[in-house]
Design a binder for this molecule. Sequence first.
Ligand code: GLU
Length: 894
Amino acid sequence: MKEKYYVFVLSLFNCLFCNVFGLPDVIRIGGLFDSGDARDEAAFKYAVERVNGQRNVLPKNRLAVQFERLPWGDSFFASERVCQLLRVGVAGIFGPQSSETSGHIQSVCDALEVPHLEMRWRTNQNRDAFALNLYPAPDTFAKAYAALLKAKEWKSMAILYDDVEGLTKLHLLLKGRSFSDTKFVIYQLVEDNNFRPLLRQIQRGGEKNILIDCSVERLEILLKQVQQIGMMTSEYSYVLTTLDLHTINLEDYQYGGTNITALRLVDPTKPESASLVSDWVQSEQRYGRRINNSDMTITTRMAMIYDGVVLFAKALHELDRSQDVNIRPLSCDSADTSTFGNSLANYMRLVEMEGLTGVIKFDTRGVRSYTVFDIVELTEDGLNKVGNWEPYLGINLTRRFIPLEEVKSEGLRNKTMIVTTILSPPYAMLKESPEQLIGNDRFEGMAIDVIDEVSKLLGFNYTYRIVEDNAWGNRNKETGQWNGMIKEILDGATDMAIGDLSINFEREEAVDFTMPWMNTGISILYKKPQKAPPSLFSFMSPFSLSVWIWMSIAYVGVSVVLYMIARLSPYEWYNPYPCIEDPDVLENQFNLLNSMWFTLGSLMQQGSDIAPKAVSTRMVGGIWWFFTLIMISSYTANLAAFLTVERMVSPINSAEDLVKQTKIKYGGVLTGSTVAFFRDSKIPTYKKMYESMSAAKPSAFVNSNPEGVERVQNSNGLYAFLMESSSIEFQIERKCDLTQIGGQLDFKGYGIALKPGSPYRSIMNEAILKLQETNRLLILKNRWWKEKRGGGRCKDEASGSGAASELALANVGGVFLVLVCGMSVGAIVAVLESLFKIWRNCSNDKTIDFKQELKEEMKFVLKCAGNTKPVRRRMNDTDSKKYYRASSSTIDRI
Ligand code: GLU
């Protein structure tokens, strides 16, 4: 009751005051804002100010704003606030945004016959007499997007949507027959804003066309993750259903060549739009409030609020011409309705005007019946209008969307590319010339020649730039930021990068590489080994220790075998007194000492006065002479090599040697892939190497290859530089005090880096293959490594440095084998000789028992004692004159 009274007094006062002083009537309009975006309220206020400032819009009245802030989706609170506004007396209500709250407000407005203006997507368009929606009608919106997708000629796409509203939008969009041949997969965006797994799934599936429907806030996060995953490349194409793409900072994506297209209603560059925002910015700054750069652009909702206020004012003016407008306060509790609400709503539906959101025209349901959309596309210059869509006329493009295949076949012909390189010999160097050189002429080197050859094949022009931070490109593990040439590519500052730029996994994830134009791998650059001091026992060097040991074994073995064979063979036993025809004992010259003397004499190439007589012993002797011949000649030859070649010793021979010691420091180029390889390696040796490099004081890292090379030269063997083998090769051709230690620790190549998803990768690959097949790359390498800039200086020294190596058992094992075989044959022959002699004796004298004779003979041989052998006599009972000489005797039976 009290409230009613208050409202009545207020309106009476307003009426009287204005009439008495001849001032325009103040007509209030109410705003309900629940989006939390201060720009909406600002747009509302500034729109009213503008309308009041332009007397032709509303000459007789003045508008005043009365607005309330609401929590999102709180219908109860909203109902209370709208009643409060109506009690004050408002001619119309603007907002809110949330669909639940807006529904409640709508019913209150319907009941009290107050016009209600909305600016939101509404799937079910109202049939309420008092509602008008400035947001484009769903079917108009769907038709515009469907036409855009058609123009894109997508055969398939992935669709990402946010919520149910998005799904209905997409349903409307895709329900037509135009998409019956298009394959699409629909994904819902997860709530926690981690879209990476979903994006990876799409990436793995190979889909390159993506339609996204989500709020601008989530879109900003999504686009960032799209870039992180590596899907912000020119192979991908995105259509976004947001009308506010221009409010997002797209600078990070505009150079990657990704096709991002969307529709928009408001042109942020229009003076009216810009001044609306600048008014707001100025007032905010006056109050000392900070504004983000991204907030300095007009949003579609701001423009719709502005247009709504102007529309309202125009309708009010029309109404005012036919009758006196007097807005009464209303109560939600009474059945009283607004006197002018119905007429005002009808007038609004009849107004046709050009607003910030284009042509504004409503149908009888209060739905925008005619909307023109701008088509915008992200290019290197930012978001640009490339056409528009109009109902009845459809899509009108100022340029055709170029399919990816066309971009590829058009190639690089007549294009001018920016090529970044890094000064690193011999890949890119400053040309030495007495004249002042300019432009590309300033540089020379292998990489410079490669680009030159590739450009000739593909017909493009290029200009060089030197990388600003003198780095190849590494990613900071904490910030995720790249530096060097890779950063310049990602920032769009350059089109391609070449130099000794290694292809590795991390870089390949960020940019695109061509196939390698040179192969390389990490190795160690170190001071050449020093001459070894002369050794007292260098005469031992030709043979390895094992050969010496085996030779000693062979010497003893052969002597013993010779001794045994000589005992066994009957032909080595002779009559010591030739004048005595019938000796009692026989003698053998091969006692153990003589056997050893005989073998030693021949081993030393001196011979001895002992000569074998039996076939078996001669066989053993012969084979031993053969053995000594080979061994002595090998020894002599190798000794000569050892004496002429100076022995070099290096304290390190491999990466493992480096880890084991602490005296020699080692490092690499800080910003290069070599150090990154050790940093990221899981192999314990390399991990330890990285730890030792990073702990070294003063720092073991350098800024460039020449700096590392100089450090090795000046550190007197206390610094080893981890460098790529191709660069080492170049250095040791010119700096004769340096050498490469060990082989390669990894295998990689240098490639040309291109923008991620570059359509030119395949044609560049073809050009590199051509250069490879025609041997151009080899010729260029020889030119830069061996000929130019002092190449070939250390060639002679390098060829003379072949060190002699001791002969191991593997080198002379065959001679040992022959010796063993020879001795075995000798032993067999000796046995045969002995058996033959016994057999002959037995066959001459039948009284001799073969077995008995053999047993006695063997007993004597195996006893290994004595150099004399008694002649065994056997008297025949019947013929005492006959006697036998010992069976082993050389003297035949008489
Ligand atoms: N080629 C290396 C790179 O691409 C630079 C030199 C190095 O690290 O050894 O990063």
